[in-house]
Design a protein around this ligand. Structure first.
Ligand code: SAM
Length: 257
């Protein structure tokens, strides 16, 4: 059974190594026949990797494009599935965060990609302003387009650059920071703690085995102490599988002072 994600008009499918070319082409044709909204079939040939979390796909059937138009939580997103990380599996997570945002909050999304967190929050909450920081120029161009597409000019700001360089000089502090982290070693917590208000909340996404969860929680508390912030971990949630018994965890960090 092939493993796939439908991303708007595109389906990205991962076959088994042993699957023949004939089997892949047949699967693609059958899929297009059965899913009228999907017009392109791409085969995933390389998993998300590197700092920019990009994947590689190969065209299999239908319209030969890698650009998707995808709808989620009442918002539209356009992006290239090869040059921009995007996971439709995070749709309920984005809605969950949007529901937590209170009226008038200043929200910051780190590692913002094509701005799905920022746009879903701005559209579905009464946040005062949502800022999104993303390193990739390709993703940031799509993010700016997506803000316009969803009529959120003036409510969502896109900043292109490295979180480590862009965060420290920012003048304001935020009520809520979403760390939609890539699966990389750097926690980026030191710079994030410098821009969160007292009583603010950081939603930290980290990746580990269940047996390593306590270590991740201790790491967060230690990093907070190192920059003289006092925190309380108020919620831990599994926010997706990323392998056998390996998970994406969301840890909600309340800043006490
Ligand atoms: C896991 S993706 C999350 C994307 C997006 N938040 C989403 O949910 O679709 C991580 C993103 O972080 C970006 N990134 C990696 N290192 C970064 C850095 N130092 N500063 C800013 N963005 C970075 C990558 O380009 C990638 O788009």
């Amino acid at each position: 059974m092939a493993n796939y994600d439908i991303i708007g008009n595109i389906v990205v499918v991962k076959f088994k190594r042993s699957d023949s070319k004939y089997k892949k082409n047949k699967w693609a044709r059958d899929f297009l026949r059965e899913h009228k909204n999907v017009t392109s079939v791409l085969e995933k040939t390389e998993r998300f990797k590197g700092r920019l979390r990009v994947q590689k796909t190969r065209f299999l059937a239908g319209a030969n494009t890698k650009e998707s138009l995808y709808r989620e939580n009442g918002c539209y997103f356009r992006f290239n599935v090869d040059t921009c990380y995007f996971s439709p599996r995070l749709a309920s997570e984005r809605q969950d965060i949007a529901k937590k945002v209170k009226k008038g909050e200043d929200v910051l999304v780190l590692f913002g990609g094509v701005a799905p967190f920022a746009i879903v929050i701005a559209k579905n909450s009464k946040a005062a302003m949502v800022t999104s920081i993303e390193l990739s120029k390709a993703c940031s161009r799509y993010a700016v387009e997506n803000v316009k597409r969803n009529k959120l000019d003036g409510k969502v700001e896109i900043v292109q650059g490295d979180v480590r360089r862009k965060l420290p000089p920012m003048k304001k502090k935020f009520d809520r920071i979403i760390m939609a982290r890539p699966n990389l070693k750097d926690s980026f917590l030191d710079v994030t703690f410098s821009r969160i208000k007292n009583k603010g909340i950081i939603h930290y996404y980290g990746f580990c085995y269940e047996s390593e969860l306590e270590n991740m929680k201790s790491m967060i508390i230690t990093e907070a102490k190192e920059v003289k912030r006092k925190v309380k971990l108020i919620n831990v949630k599994k926010a997706g599988d990323i392998g056998t018994r390996r998970y994406r965890y969301r840890i909600d960090i309340l800043i006490l002072r």
